[in-house]
Design a protein around this ligand. Sequence first.
Ligand code: NAP
Length: 287
Amino acid sequence: MVNKKKIFPIGIGTWKINYQDSKDIEALFHSYKLGQNYLSLYMLYEDGKIVKSLKSFIEKCGRENLFISVNIEPTINEKSDIEKQLNEYLNILNLDYVDNLQLHLPKFTKLTLLDTYFEMKRLQEAGKTRYLGISNCSLEQLKEINTNVKLDFFEGVYNLECKINESIGILDYCKKNGIKFVAYQPLRRNRTQLKNYDLLVELSQKYNKTQNQIILNWIMKEKKINVLIKSTNCDRIDENIKSLDFEMEENDYKRLNDFKNEEFENIKIDWDNVGDGISIDQLPNQF
Ligand SMILES: NC(=O)c1ccc[n+]([C@@H]2O[C@H](COP(=O)([O-])OP(=O)(O)OC[C@H]3O[C@@H](n4cnc5c(N)ncnc54)[C@H](OP(=O)(O)O)[C@@H]3O)[C@@H](O)[C@H]2O)c1
């Protein structure tokens, strides 16, 4: 089993994996061989076809060598839907347990968040998941759950331009409460690099690294959080992993810490699903 502390800082993202192309699956073996042992799965993507396509990948890596995180998705109408969804992952992948079970978005449950997590806790106690996590909730929702049901993981957006989970206090709360923060869209699907911000261009030249390596190094080494990246291109997988191989000067980390894109700061987030603002998972896809 992969211990929480032995998770490689770069997880394997699965959004847009071409499940029909064996080359994409082969590229995931490349990631695995270089140490990437955290696999994040969503039944929502391509209607479960990506999850199904990863069964042989998991078997070949050896189930015990991977940390498998799965997401509960639309729609939980009643308690039993949670176990039904978890069982679907277990059956498709021929697993006895998953490593992390998390709700993808609070709006995916029609139960209260607490009732949802009390049921997830029951599944944890039954040995069907080792840990519990949450994705995309507000600080208040996170506190409410974690004071009643111990959480170990939080999956949320974090990158150079969108630091909302830091500004609303989630990063800090996670750190103080032993919750591992896993950042999705750390590269904003390569959009940040394409903007050629002066700071990134300068640091990229100074350290002789790509802009994406500068971003990833800063997130993992300075912010000390894990990232989830989708890449099925072996050169880019190498590039991303090599972002762990260097250090920057303290003042350069500070400049990256201070960097903000005001455009993202001004967008209203609809945390309570009342139709006022955008869903937090859509934030990194703006601009
Ligand atoms: N919980 C949530 O709500 C949530 C939301 C979004 C994402 N996620 C998870 O987080 C993962 C990561 O997010 P994401 O896939 O949306 O965004 P991302 O990892 O920031 O970007 C992925 C895209 O960037 C490309 N890429 C990867 N490394 C690159 C590099 N070094 N240089 C240039 N391009 C590079 C990939 O193409 P190639 O494959 O061709 O390299 C892919 O098109 C997802 O796959 C998913 O598992 C979760």
